[in-house]
Structures are given as structure tokens and as C-alpha cells.
Design a protein around this ligand. Structure first.
Ligand code: NAG
Ligand code: NAG
Ligand code: NAG
Ligand code: NAG
Ligand code: NAG
Ligand code: NAG
Length: 430
């Protein structure tokens, strides 16, 4: 049944493309698919500039009404793109607890291979999120796994396949792990590849040479470990799906050869993995990979550099953010590809209202799309508005999880910064 249907779909698409042949390349794209051209995103030939939302917790909600309510709140804020996790994996030992608490899970690890959960507590929840997004004019960026342990990331692959005692970087090189990761990627891509509601595939959230497991001896500048892995995986995804955009999900680490970029504390120069290639990533190079459609990077200077803003440092949190935004804008311009400031966050309402306007101003001036970490929804009703999800993530009085970075609509001063940015982006879109 399914196969026949696919063949029929393929035939009708072929006919459609036949009719359109001779048009610009973007015309070959199915209608409504997002793509990129000359450094800009576009849909059906019209430019798309946007403010997006990060919400890993949306597929973890058990109530479809709450999912709808969240999308409505995003739509009201002018959000056009949602980024969420396309993974939720649990260890077999967590299964009983997950069944009891209603935790969403897609993969269960009980051996060196995981089993898939396509049921109502599994991928059906992700299906609902992806199908519903389009009703609110929103497209979805889906990440295939996590660099960190959160919600069952790469460490599960490493521990179950390579075994205990390995460093994090074997994730990118052990052929058995790569094959297992690709088996999952194939599952997700094949499930949604015909949907215009997918904005892009993302290979991993915040890939780094080190994870919650330590870095191995391989994690030194110059290996370009992630650049190689990004090439391998983006080519693989492209072989499954000719149309949707593909990106890294990386934090945007550079390998700035022979350049000293950093700041000074008490006269001592500070530079690190963000610039020296040690994270395995080389933002400048990876943007030139054929099947990487746009760049992503993240920005958390307050957490990364506690020295900033304190006596002795000649750089502020705000200025470090501006430097990071400018460097990525320059890099994207060289590659003629779009770039998303895909996560950024400051704790404290005052910090947010003080510093976000300058960052957003520069990001908009340099043609970024922006996605703050993270969207806050209010008025959620499941379990009476109070539910422990996992780790410290909980719904409290109807508010979605808050890690200190969440932005809710009753925090008017911050909320309006993004609402206004969304208006600017909308005025640049077709
Ligand atoms: C995994 O193993 C646990 C503990 O042995 C067991 O309770 C559970 O049913 C197993 N799950 C799967 C999916 O095989
Ligand atoms: C899975 O759970 C078992 C039992 O709690 C634990 O021993 C093992 O380390 C876990 N494996 C991973 C990869 O987390
Ligand atoms: C960096 O400097 C070294 C030593 O001077 C030189 O050999 C190398 O070619 C330079 N690399 C780049 C990328 O400029
Ligand atoms: C910080 O101090 C260094 C060394 O004196 C100097 O080169 C650099 O320009 C200063 N940066 C800023 C932003 O003041
Ligand atoms: C605001 O930022 C400063 C500088 O990074 C930090 O020390 C302070 O804790 C932040 N305030 C809050 C409430 O998080
Ligand atoms: C926003 O709403 C949440 C949840 O109802 C509440 O806890 C919080 O105090 C409110 N914040 C403001 C600034 O009103």
C-alpha cells in the first residue's frame, strides 16, 4: 500500500516537474518548501526573513490542545520557524518510569541497537507537532541527536555501541555508531520528507569534540573532525531527500588559523575552543560544504566567560556578543549562504532587556534570522498546568519549562523586543 502510494506520488511529482522544466532551479522544489539562494532564505521564490522559536519541550507535551495553544502563542509573536528535537531516546532501564509518567520517547536502548517507538507516546507526538505547525504558518527545524546527554543524545550511542570508557569523539568516527545514527536519520527523514512543514534537517545539537563524556586525544586544533563528519552526514541526508535544507546545528566554533581573537583579563590574553579549532568545528570551512545550506551558531557569553563584565576584563558580555555576531555574518557573506543566530540567551530580566536590543540590532543589520533560547508558553492546561517532565524540566502553573532563559509574554519588555524584531523581518519577507 505504502509503496504503491509512494510510487504514485513520485510519478505525479515527476509530471509536475516536467511541466515546470526550464524554470529556475527553485521552481523544481515542491510548492511551499523553504530553500536558500544568494545568502537569503526563500519560499516559492519570495524572501523569508524571520524570528524563530526554540522549544525542545513541545513534542513532550501530552495534550494536543496545549500544542495548539503554544503554536498560537508563537504565531501571535510573529514566529515563522520552530526549532525542536527530532530525538527523544531513553535507556531501557528508564522505560517503566517513562510509561508511567507519559514521557515522550522515540528510541529505547537495550542493546547495541535501539528500538523505535512509533506509537502514541512516541513518534505520533512528533507527527502532531509537525503537521500542526503548518496550520499556524510555522516551519520546523528538526535535530537528529544531541551532543549532550539531555533527552538521550550521542552518549547513549557511545555507551551502548562502543562501550563504557570511550571518549566523546568516537561518536563521529566509529563506523558502527555512524551506521546506527544513520539508521535513525533515515527513519526521521523518510517520515517527513514530503512535508513542506519541515524547514531544515539539523545533524546534531551543538556537536563538539567533547560532550558530557570527556574529549579524547584527538580533540586538538587542526583535525577538523566535525567538518568531516558534517560532510559525510549532509551528503547522506541529501541522498535521502533532494529538497529540504540541511544544516549543522553547531555552536559556530571557528578554526581561525594564525589569528588571535579573544579578550584580555588582567593583561592576559584569553582565547579558546571558540576560535582555535579544538572543538573540531571550522565554521568558515563547513559553510562551503555542498550540502550545508546555511550556517547556525549559538551565543551564551555570560555562561561561557564568567570573567567578562568583571574588573580586569577589557571586554563586556554585550561586546563579546557583538563580536561573535559580526564574525559569523562575515563568514556567511563569504560563503554567500544565510545564517541563523540559532540560540542565544542571558539570565536575568534586566540583562535581557539591557543587551538583547544591541545584539538583535546588529543581527538584523547583517541579514540574520534569529531564534532566541527559548520560547515560553503560558496557560498550558495538561495535568492542571503542573507536571514534572524530566530532569528539572517542569510545567509550573501553566508555564512551559524555564531554565532561566525562557521568555514569556507576560515579561512584556523582553517579549516586545522580539515581537518588534519579527515585524522588521516580516517587512523584508514576501
Ligand atoms: C529493556 O530492558 C528492561 C530491563 O531489562 C526491560 O524492562 C524492558 O522491557 C526492555 N525494553 C525493551 C524495549 O526491550
Ligand atoms: C542504562 O541504564 C543502566 C541501568 O541503570 C546503566 O547501568 C547504564 O549505564 C545506562 N546506559 C547508558 C548508556 O546510559
Ligand atoms: C600559519 O603560520 C604558520 C607558521 O608561520 C605557517 O606555516 C602556516 O602556513 C600559516 N597558516 C595559515 C593558514 O596561514
Ligand atoms: C583589550 O586589550 C588589548 C591589549 O591591551 C587590546 O589590544 C585590545 O584592543 C583591547 N580590547 C578592547 C575591546 O578594548
Ligand atoms: C546579569 O549578568 C551579569 C553579568 O554576566 C551576571 O553576573 C548576573 O548574575 C546576571 N543577572 C542575573 C539575574 O542572572
Ligand atoms: C508570568 O506568568 C507566570 C505563570 O503564570 C508567573 O509565574 C509569573 O510570575 C508571571 N510573570 C510576570 C512578570 O507577571
Amino acid at each position: 500500500m505504502r509503496l504503491l502510494l509512494n510510487i504514485r506520488l513520485a510519478l505525479s511529482s515527476l509530471l509536475l516537474y516536467g511541466l515546470l522544466s526550464g524554470a529556475a532551479q527553485s521552481a523544481k522544489l515542491p510548492k511551499g518548501f523553504a530553500t536558500q539562494k544568494n545568502g537569503r532564505f526563500e519560499v516559492d521564490g519570495k524572501p523569508l526573513s524571520f524570528v524563530g522559536a526554540n522549544s525542545y519541550w513541545l513534542p513532550l507535551l501530552t495534550s494536543q490542545d496545549d500544542v495548539r495553544s503554544t503554536f498560537k502563542q508563537m504565531q501571535d509573536a510573529g514566529v515563522k520557524v520552530l526549532r525542536t528535537w527530532g530525538f527523544n531516546a531513553i535507556n531501557g532501564s528508564e522505560l517503566a518510569g517513562a510509561l508511567q509518567s507519559g514521557l515522550t520517547y522515540y528510541q529505547v536502548w537495550n542493546s547495541s541497537e535501539w528500538t523505535l517507538n512509533e506509537g502514541p507516546q512516541g513518534l505520533e507526538r512528533l507527527d502532531f507537532v509537525i503537521n500542526t505547525a503548518g496550520e499556524y504558518g510555522i516551519k520546523v527545524i528538526l535535530a537528529f541527536t544531541n551532543n549532550w546527554v539531555g533527552y538521550g543524545g550521542s552518549e547513549l550511542y557511545i555507551n551502548w555501541i562502543a562501550g563504557a570508557g570511550h571518549s566523546h569523539d568516537v561518536f563521529y568516527t566509529d563506523p558502527r555508531i555512524v551506521a546506527s545514527y544513520q539508521r535513525y536519520v533515515r527513519t526521521i527523514v523518510n517520515r517527513y520528507k514530503n512535508s513542506p512543514n519541515i524547514f531544515a534537517w539539523e545533524m546534531m545539537n551543538e556537536a563538539r569534540c567533547l560532550g558530557d563524556l570527556p574529549a579524547g586525544p584527538n580533540c586538538v586544533p587542526g583535525t577538523e573532525l566535525l567538518t568531516k563528519w558534517y560532510k559525510q552526514q549532509s551528503d547522506f541526508v541529501r541522498s535521502l531527500d533532494p529538497f529540504h535544507m540541511i544544516t549543522t546545528g553547531g555552536e559556530g566554533h571557528f578554526f581561525k588559523k594564525n589569528q588571535t581573537i579573544g579578550f584580555w583579563v588582567d593583561g592576559v590574553f584569553q582565547s579558546d575552543y571558540n576560535f582555535n579549532g579544538q572543538a573540531g568545528e571550522d565554521f568558515d570551512d563547513e559553510l562551503f560544504l555542498e550540502n550545508i545550506d546555511f550556517g547556525t551558531y549559538h551565543l551564551y557569553p555570560q555562561t561561557w566567560y564568567p570573567q567578562l563584565d568583571f574588573p580586569g576584563s577589557n571586554f563586556t558580555v554585550k561586546d563579546w556578543g557583538l563580536l561573535w555576531i559580526q564574525l559569523h555574518a562575515d563568514s556567511a557573506k563569504r560563503a554567500n549562504k544565510p545564517v541563523i543566530l540559532e540560540e542565544f540567551g542571558l539570565t536575568g530580566l534586566q540583562n535581557k532587556t539591557d543587551m538583547y536590543p544591541a545584539w538583535i540590532d546588529l543581527a538584523l543589520k547583517t541579514q540574520h534570522a534569529i531564534m532566541p533560547w527559548q520560547f515560553g508558553a503560558l496557560g498550558l492546561k495538561e495535568s492542571g498546568g503542573n507536571r514534572l517532565i524530566k530532569y528539572a524540566d517542569a510545567l509550573i502553573d501553566g508555564a512551559s519549562p524555564n531554565d532561566g532563559f525562557a521568555i514569556y509574554q507576560n515579561q512584556t519588555s523582553v517579549w516586545n523586543i522580539f515581537k518588534n524584531a519579527a515585524k522588521v523581518q516580516a517587512s523584508r519577507s514576501g
